[in-house]
Design a protein around this ligand. Structure first.
Ligand SMILES: [Zn+2]
Length: 679
């Protein structure tokens, strides 16, 4: 006879006696899922639209998880790395209530932060009140003989303790046979990703080695910082499966296989075996058997499950909703903001977001190189910027052409050997900055804005060079040391002393650049071969250029117990090509190009470039291009510029092609100036 038959009439004394005998008796035979289907109730007062008797058939994948949480299952740890709303709090409540009824003992419920303490306690109260088999076993709120409050809820045979993970250390004396550790990846104890917050919880269970059980339901976080991912990897690593309604094939559901309809209003899931399509309404049949992959052996103590929001039941967040969330996150990511994509990966796909795995390989960029010559401006580019890096024995200068939607073309890259303390080194730079580059249409383009890095040992030399050239939009710049700064500061600092320490009337101006913001911007765009934000490369660029461009990766560093994601240079790789990309982007933002409307681009283009065919791609140019003096600056990127060529008159800014029709053009810039930049 089963003394713990749930159908026995209530007999508190007898139940207490049974509790006393706990450990001598085998645990009752109802598994958590069976118990829940028989006794569990979802209270109306929680506002759930699933209120009423609990049915495992509503979320069939919960069955295997609850089986693992059952007393007759040998595992000690059940891990669900799941999407939001997937097999989390409700399964934990089922687990709690089932043990209170069938095998009561001390139960510790850890909430990730103190803020969730009260809410969790209230949800548990409502559940206790709604489930008769539990109501009759727990102390009454306000009882004189037993504790029942937000922290402790006594019941026959044990007590539930609720604590925030950060405060759990205060409970170190408390032995608990059962533990629920809710959202361990968001727990206070996980700040900085240090230590093993799970160890802290399981230390309570040493006196229950034989029959202890811990439930860890959580969404993951960043790769390498995620306790739930580490726990998942220790275990059996089961993946949720869905069955094809056409051929019956059981398969994982990969969000990225969803196919949108032409009008974008629906999405379909194709079977990997027969290709048959499924839509939202097929979910119930696809999930009915709640299947999981066989998984691996793991540590023999841990059952682990991974389930994404693709498995949310019909009537909850639909596939099309996921699809739209993803599109929005992708747009943000392309703007350099990965926060939404991290949330999507973690709470929808139930996957870690890996920043380093996203690192761009230099070979991929090189493969995309296009057949145009360095030193020439391809057809799509309309306006040029330049950026210069100062090193102890050289300057490096990169020229970028920008076109509609901020597409960029690498137009030139030159290394000027010589000390930046030498006037002749700067004269050679000035030659580049006053050069006019042949455009595919035959016109010549001057450089519209240039930034020179003043960090390093030659700050005053940079000021001395840039100060008198402000009228040509040539400025000193410096990378901001703090993260999340704008691409370029809203206002320049006046640094009006020359290299002799004397004040210079109207001296140099210094612009601050947000290096990590720029790097995120490009990182999100390197994969684009064309379209908005794409960057184009000339076949003339050497391997070392691409290596420099991808010389930094985002890594996680820990400081004062907090994890921070920062850009870090790979060992032994020079990063000047990337730095110069950043400064060119800053120069483009200085000009306001990032705010240009298609109409503004069109007007700018018309003012600079007459509509003629692309000479570079014509086998026989209709009109001979202008004499190629400017080709003097089109040497391989490593060749130093030897100074002004004899027949190249130094153009002033007013001679630049684009300023010849400066009225309409300047007006465009005035527009952009009023929408944010403080000149
Ligand atoms: Zn099929």
């Amino acid at each position: 006879m089963n003394l713990l038959s749930p159908n026995r009439p209530v007999d508190i004394e007898r139940a207490a006696f049974i509790a006393f005998l706990r450990g001598l008796l085998p645990d009752p035979s109802l598994t958590v899922d069976e118990w829940s289907d028989q006794f569990m109730v979802i209270p109306k007062s929680t506002g759930s639209n699933e209120a009423g008797p609990y049915r495992t058939s509503r979320t069939p994948h919960a069955r295997a998880v609850m089986r693992a949480l059952s007393a007759n299952h040998p595992c000690k740890r059940v891990v669900v790395m799941g999407a939001s709303q997937m097999l989390k709090t409700q399964v934990a409540l089922n687990f709690l209530c089932c043990t209170i009824h069938q095998s009561p003992s001390n139960f510790l419920w850890l909430v990730p932060t103190g803020k969730l303490h009260k809410r969790t306690s209230s949800r548990i109260d409502k559940t206790f009140a709604a489930v008769p088999k539990v109501t009759e076993r727990v102390a009454k709120p306000g009882s004189r003989d037993a504790a029942y409050n937000n922290d402790v809820k006594e019941y026959i045979g044990g007590a539930l303790y609720i604590a925030s993970a950060g405060a759990a250390a205060n409970l170190s004396e408390l032995p608990a046979r059962y533990v629920v550790y809710d959202e361990i990846d968001r727990s206070e104890a996980n700040i900085g990703g240090e230590g093993d917050p799970g160890e802290l919880a399981e230390a309570r269970q040493t006196t229950f080695e034989r029959n202890r059980k811990t439930y860890y339901p959580s969404s993951p976080t960043i790769e390498g910082q995620s306790p739930i991912k580490a726990l998942y990897d220790r275990g059996t690593r089961r993946e949720a499966l869905a069955e094809c309604i056409h051929c019956g094939h059981a398969q994982p559901l990969d969000f990225f296989k969803l196919i949108p309809s032409e009008d974008g209003k629906r999405v379909y899931y194709p079977c990997q075996s027969c290709g048959g399509l499924h839509d939202e309404g097929d979910k119930t049949r696809m999930f009915a058997n709640g299947l999981w992959t066989e998984g691996v052996e793991g540590d023999n103590e841990t059952e682990s499950f991974n389930i994404s929001a693709m498995f949310l039941p019909y009537g909850w967040l639909p596939w099309i909703g996921l699809w739209r969330q993803y599109q929005r996150a992708k747009e943000k990511l392309e703007e350099g903001d990965d926060a939404s994509m991290i949330v999507f990966y973690n709470t929808r796909l139930a996957k870690c977001w890996s920043r380093t795995a996203e690192a761009t390989q230099w070979e991929e960029l090189k493969k995309r190189a296009e057949p145009y010559k360095l030193g020439t401006v391809p057809h799509g580019a309309t306006i040029l910027t330049a950026a210069t890096d100062t090193q102890d024995h050289r300057l490096e200068c990169k020229v970028v052409g920008w076109g509609e939607d901020m597409q960029g073309w690498i137009v030139d890259y030159q290394v000027i050997h010589g000390s930046p303390s030498d006037a002749s080194t700067w004269a050679r730079l000035d030659h580049i900055l006053t050069s006019r580059y042949p455009h595919a249409t035959g016109v010549k383009l001057g450089i519209s804005a240039a930034l020179v890095d003043s960090g390093g040992h030659f700050t005053q030399d940079v000021y001395a060079f840039t100060g008198p050239r402000k009228a040509r939009n040539i400025y000193a710049c410096k990378g901001h040391s703090k993260p999340n700064r704008p691409v370029i500061s809203g206002k320049a600092s006046i640094v009006d002393i020359n290299h002799e320490g004397k004040s210079m009337p109207g001296g140099a101006m210094l612009w601050f650049v947000g290096p990590d913001t720029c790097k995120d911007y490009f990182h999100a765009r390197w994969s684009k071969a064309s379209g908005p934000g794409a960057i184009h490369f000339s076949v003339d660029l050497p391997d070392s250029y691409y290596k420099g461009l991808t010389a930094e990766v985002r890594i996680t560093v820990r400081k004062n117990g907090r994890a921070n994601s920062v850009w870090s240079q790979k060992k032994g790789e020079a990063n000047e090509p990337l730095d110069l990309m950043n400064y060119n982007l800053a120069a483009a933002h200085y000009l306001g190009l990032h705010r240009f409307t298609p109409d503004q681009w069109r007007r700018l283009r018309e003012s600079i470039i007459p509509s003629t065919p692309d000479l570079f791609t014509q086998p026989e140019p209709v009109a001979a291009p202008a004499a190629p003096q400017a080709i003097a600056i089109a040497k391989p990127w490593h060749a130093p510029n030897t100074g002004p060529s004899q027949d190249e008159t130094k153009p002033t800014r007013t001679q630049d092609a684009y300023t010849q029709d400066s009225d309409t053009y300047a007006h465009d810039f005035d527009d952009t100036a009023t929408c944010g930049r403080d000149w």
